[in-house]
Design a protein around this ligand. Sequence first.
Ligand code: KG4
Ligand code: ZN
Length: 344
Amino acid sequence: MTVVLGIETSCDETSVALLEGRGDEVTLRSLVILSQDVHRLFGGVVPELASRAHLTAIEPVLRGALSEAKAQLHDIDVVAVTIGPGLVGALLVGVSFGKALAAALEKPVVGVHHMEGHLFATSLEHRDAIPPFTALLVSGGHTLIVDAEAWGRYRMLGRTRDDAAGEAFDKVAKLLGLPYPGGPHLERLAAGATRGRVRFARPMLRRDQAPGDADFYDLSFSGLKTAALNEVRRAEPAPAAEIAAAFQDSLVETLVEKTARAVQQHGRTRVVLGGGVAGNGALVDAMRARMAMLGASVYAPSGRLATDNAAMIARAGLFHFERGFRSGPDLNAYASLTLPGLLA
Ligand code: KG4
Ligand code: ZN
């Protein structure tokens, strides 16, 4: 059994987790996530404030994770820390802290790619959410469709060409006068809508697209956001709830169909969702219904594991540690970073 301490500070969550296990047999002993509230005042994440907040939070969050697990520092076998992609100043807090802690404990440190962490997150709650699977990762900062052949063997199929799915939710929510972050508010507003007055085109989704075309899997949400803006600005716009519903319907159908393409092309029977937008009930329901037609099961994480968290970083770190990987003292933070294990 290996005890892994995970650290995640790539954006606006300061998180530390303690996980213990071997292979896919893992137990999450504790997970503390501190969401930085300060950004609400600004309607978006302010990088400098995020770094400072991580700095004051990281040590108490570590103490919280240890006490929740009834563990001591000397129980830790390896430290796993997010090294990117993300906000460099924010990442550096976790990387520096993790390196210093590992050095003081004379234990190894393993740098983890944030998105690979998301690929592992759902498996902490669902035993069957293990490769091979198709993953849809949708959050405020990223939108990816990935084929996971095995842990550590991935194909990057599609990504957004502009806004991330959560970012689009937040921007349209703002247009509709909802508070930040707007995704959950927009979902609630849409739930009570009567539909019919507005329909938005499905971005990047046409029947004539074929595997191999760059736009077969790629996504784009900025046009959809503009369509919503144009509707809001009309002399007699549809009710806000209807605009919210039309926006969500378009975004959800696009995500579901592109994921269905990936499932069919790679013959997968499992779909794993991740990222904050995976908490959207309309998306999960539509995904389940569509995948049932293809004979595939859908695994969605609970809120704590959908959002940025250190448990998934510890889990991905355990995988690399078991394969013999160790980071050196030159471990650094990177704003952009290629997913490890990409297949041609
Ligand atoms: O993964 P996450 O918690 O944080 C980062 O992006 O780092 O994702 C947050 C995003 C926000 O854009 C938020 O509006 C969106 O996920 N989100 C939702 C829902 N819950 C969170 N979007 C749509 N429907 C939801 N229920
Ligand atoms: Zn994330």
